[in-house]
Design a protein. Structure first.
Length: 482
């Protein structure tokens, strides 16, 4: 029994390490883009596809990946995703042209879309709901919070000290180790009640999500009110609408609507969408501000994020304990409120700003916000979900966060760019114009994050997630992990 329990927690460490690798690659390329552009001769309009290709396939295939894991076997899909992600990482590092790198990044995103929901479903079916699962999901949430910041930090360090290729090569040994260890640490599981795979539903939802993410990532280039953008959003709405109609009639649907009976799951997915929107857009704006206005090198930019990365780990661990003590709702309220406060603080960034006055206080607030948001959202997204729907619920929350991230990057970039262009056209100096653009983006980001506070207050149900010990008293979540 002791050996089995120990293997369960070692397996959790493996799942978290692989998820960290996946989350890392969302942001790790940001500070390396100028170096990639120089070495591979990227045109300015195609450079964004180094990020967008990953987001497009990651966000578009998550729901399909989650349900496929339920039906075909979660460990099997987890291993397949690792093989694809690791191979695509190697090809990304060896890329000889912009087409080769964009294609490899797309395959990385597809591998990530298979890995993430399968890993989270394995976690859910391994740990019983309550303190053990909260401990595991606390670790998972900490990986999400830390990985999002560590990507920018590590990208700057590797690019400056070694080369941009190393931001991809670093995944290869992790992937190989995971492939070797998974058969010994992870048990196979699947949904044995499903008799068939909903192919029409899979095609409709995947096509709809891919078109939606494509529309979001391209809206800045086409223009948000352009015929192309409106046409893409209309096509995405039509495909997703057709998917919903089909699912209501399918005998064995890809996404049973019964899963939305869980109010806290619905609230967690809305909060995850909002968190992704505010967070990914914010990190891109901060990175550009430090490099374009303050003149930071990639290395200095990466090191600047240490204040967020280091504190997010501590706050994530504390959040995991508090969720079991007082429930998910108050923790999430604090997290989204602190995230909002951090974004409000960044609205005062200045042309001659310094790290201590313009950035550090906001970074410390964001560290609290990430830890106190990722952990309760991860737990709430799986609260009350039956084991046979674990992959579906995992795919849903990952999809919410990725769609939010793509929307945040596109929307905040559009706001910053248009504000800067307007300022330059009136004769404002470039540095001042850039700063005006970033300030405008942070204002919108803060407004979006505040909506997350309202969702936490009025949608998430506190009663769903307060766990009690056998003695009837609230117990610390980490007691079971010792």
């Amino acid at each position: 029994m002791m050996a089995s329990a120990r293997r369960k927690w070692i397996g959790l460490a493996l799942l978290c390490a692989v998820q960290f690798m996946v989350v890392l690659d969302i942001a790790i390329v940001n500070v390396a883009l100028p170096s990639i552009q120089t070495d591979l001769g990227f045109s300015q309009e195609n450079l964004q596809w180094v990020i967008s290709a990953y987001a497009l396939f990651f966000g578009g295939f998550l729901l399909l990946g989650g349900r496929a894991a339920d039906l075909l076997g979660r460990r099997r899909l987890f291993l397949a995703g690792i093989v694809l992600f690791t191979a695509a990482s190697l090809v990304s590092g060896l890329a000889w042209s912009e087409e080769a790198l964009i294609g490899a990044r797309a395959l990385q995103g597809l591998g990530a879309a298979i890995i993430s929901p399968a890993a989270l479903a394995i976690l859910m079916t391994t740990f019983a709901e309550g303190r053990d699962r909260n401990t595991a999901l606390g670790a998972w949430g900490a990986v999400g919070a830390f990985g999002a910041v560590a990507g920018v930090l590590l990208g700057g360090v590797l690019t400056d000290l070694l080369s941009w290729e190393c931001i991809f090569y670093v995944n290869v040994p992790v992937g190989i180790a995971a492939l070797a260890l998974t058969p010994f640490l992870i048990a196979e599981s699947r949904d044995t009640t499903a008799k068939s795979f909903d192919i029409p539903g899979a095609v409709l939802v995947t096509s709809g999500l891919v078109v939606l993410v494509y529309a979001i990532t391209q809206a800045n280039d086409y223009g948000w009110s352009s015929v192309e953008t409106i046409g893409l959003f209309t096509a995405a709405a039509a495909l997703i609408g057709s998917f919903l109609v089909w699912e209501s009639r399918a005998k064995d649907p890809l996404m049973p609507f019964s899963i939305f009976r869980l109010r806290t799951l619905v609230g967690a997915n809305i909060a995850g969408l909002i968190l992704g929107t505010a967070m990914f857009g914010m990190f891109l704006m901060l990175t550009l501000y430090m490099q374009q206005v303050l003149g930071y090198s990639p290395l200095r930019t990466g090191v600047a994020y240490l204040a967020v990365a280091g504190t997010a780990i501590f706050w994530s661990a504390l959040a995991a304990q508090l969720v079991t003590r007082i429930g998910v709702k108050p923790v999430l309220v604090v997290g989204m409120a602190t995230m909002t406060a951090g974004l409000v603080y960044f609205t005062q960034v200045s042309v001659g700003g310094s790290y201590l006055t313009d950035l550090l206080p906001g970074f410390l607030l964001i560290g609290v916000g990430l830890g106190f948001s990722f952990v309760p959202i991860s737990i709430a997204a799986l609260a009350g979900v039956q084991n046979h729907e674990a992959g579906l619920a995992s795919g849903l929350i990952n999809t919410s966060q990725q769609i939010g991230g793509a929307l945040g990057i596109a929307a905040l970039s559009a706001i910053a760019t248009s504000t800067t262009s307007d300022a330059v056209s009136t004769g404002t100096a470039v540095n001042l114009a850039l700063t005006d653009g970033f300030q405008a983006a942070f204002i919108v980001g803060a407004a979006v994050a505040f909506v997350g506070v309202l969702v936490a207050l009025f949608v998430v149900d506190r009663r769903d997630l307060v766990q009690e010990s056998s003695e009837g008293e609230l117990a610390p979540v980490f007691d079971q992990a010792a």
